[in-house]
Design a protein around this ligand. Sequence first.
Ligand code: FE2
Ligand code: FE2
Length: 182
Amino acid sequence: MSKSDWQSCYRQMHEALESVFHAHLLALASYRFAEAAQLFCVYHKQLNLHIELEDTLVIPVFKRAEPLKYWPASTFLAEHQKIQKLASSYESKLHHQPGLDLRDHLLALLEEARRLQHLIEHHHLREDRALFPVTAQFVHPREASHLLGESEAKWDSLQREHGSLIADMKATVERHWQRLLT
Ligand SMILES: [Fe+2]
Ligand SMILES: [Fe+2]
């Protein structure tokens, strides 16, 4: 196994996360609040697992590079906390709209969703440019194999649990958009 295999695995997780978030936004923008909430619920579970895997498997190896003046690991750990806090706050608002005008509610959600998306996009970019390549320099081949095996096992298990729900929700939202666009 090459040392880069686990990096591809993590980059694929980023792509999968972005795809579910995109579907969530499309559901939200077309007033499909039930589907939007379900998609975000799954997205949030995926996001939390992805962060847990990075915190426990990737960052401990990345820390070996700290004496060489790369970015401190605390940067990534703090960003994870910030992302999780914003994601939790956002999810709680998806379910809570007593007395709110639907238009105001939708605009407020879209604004907060954009903030979360922006934060995560920049975070993923930093991981692609610094966290993953630097960790790859300091990981031993046997550790890389363990890193890939454990990451894939946990991620694939969550995907099996929610894969069909994601596919159904995406198809429902797409059918809805097709009706809106014709
Ligand atoms: Fe991360
Ligand atoms: Fe990541």
